[in-house]
Design a binder for this molecule. Sequence first.
Ligand code: B12
Ligand code: SF4
Ligand code: SF4
Length: 378
Amino acid sequence: MNALQQARIREFVEAEGLTLAGIAPAQPVAGVREAAMAAREAGRLAGMGWMDESWIGRATDPQAFLPGARSLIVVGLPCHAPDPPPGDTVSRGRVARYARGRDYHRVFEKRLRRIARTIREESGEAARATVDYGPLLERPYAAAAGLGWIGKSTMLLVPGIGPWVLLGVVATTLELEPGTPLRKTCGDCARCIAACPTGAIAPDGYSVDARLCISYHTIENRSVVPRELRARFKDWVFGCDDCLDSCPVGASRWESYAEFAPATADDARPPLRELIALDDDGFTERYRGRAVMRAKRDGLVRNACIALGNVGTAEDLPALADAVADQSALVRGHAAWAVGQVGRRVGAAGWGQTLEGRLAVEQDPWVREELRFALEGE
Ligand code: B12
Ligand code: SF4
Ligand code: SF4
């Protein structure tokens, strides 16, 4: 690869509006496969069964992703935008910053695929793009490319921007000049570890236990959220940014790719009563083209019930009473928990009857257990 070709690649990347990019050699990064396998074996990947031994093997070997690959072009998209203030005081949830606008997979994919196509057409070499779900662990390569360093929160931290960057990769058989890994570290800082509401980050950092992580539960978990965790979810309904928000790196700088910035307060802080009233069609209409779709309707409504359990008021109890009779058992059980939480907290009348009325007709054994627990308390 000569300097001219290298400059052309940078041109393709910048022509797509992507200014944060680096090159990593297409080789396994030492220690990463072992670390990922150890996380899997210890159960820290929770229910993400797709990340099995075979997936991790492929995801840590760029040759499996693109045979003959020599270089990985790693690209970052900033996603740190301020919240538009809501003009009311209704109970609201919170969506992680990366998911407030258009689905970043779509925003990225088109651009990265165009870059890969241009490389193929101009050089005759092979090129393949991936973002997030492709079998390639992205953060270690971003660090190898010199884009940033891996922090104790496990986030890639970019100087000046911090953890607020989403990643994508174009692998190519072209030989490109790799970047140099940064010599930066987190030093003595441990703010993210202290800020995590569930203790999901290992005491010394560099490892997240997905079984405890709010992001995992609100996005990936399709089933019951362990009762002992729910009260720590606060108002998060999709993802969690607590470890990112606590990070001093890049904290004072707002920078976002325009498509991720919330257009309205509801994109960042959706009214919870609206969320729990969504049916399948309403959910699809509201979140089509957005990352939130990944939670599916039942998952998002379950999350909204938990958030209402934590921040809801007496005004939210009628909506929660409807959710106790939802078509989905997953929603009914979490709604029952939320009724108990809000009812006790605000000392409202009638919440016990709501739960007893449901218990009289409920058939699902798990929902019955949640109803009994909500009635009896801890
Ligand atoms: C699975 C996954 C999750 C899981 C597990 C996360 C985790 N920390 O393990 C869950 C659902 C919890 C999750 C949550 C989030 N995720 Co996520 N996730 C992924 C995914 C698909 C794979 C990551 C993975 O394999 N995790 C498994 C563990 C074992 O690996 P790891 O923590 O990444 O650590 C590896 C390396 O960093 C390395 N390593 C770390 N330290 C050291 C030190 C040494 C010495 C060595 C040798 C190696 C090493 O070894 C580890 C094993 O592979 C990637 C996309 C991808 N294809 O890579 C996105 C990705 C990591 N997620 C991303 C984001 C944005 C998030 C959230 C911020 C979303 C949110 N706001 O809710 C949270 C942040 C939580 C957190 N603190 O990590 C971004 C991160 C961007 C960045 N700047 O780092 C990615 C890259 C997606 C993307 N394309 O932008 N995520
Ligand atoms: S995303 Fe939230 S729950 Fe998960 S590690 Fe970070 S602060 Fe903890
Ligand atoms: S909060 Fe501190 S320890 Fe955690 S990732 Fe940021 S700099 Fe590193």
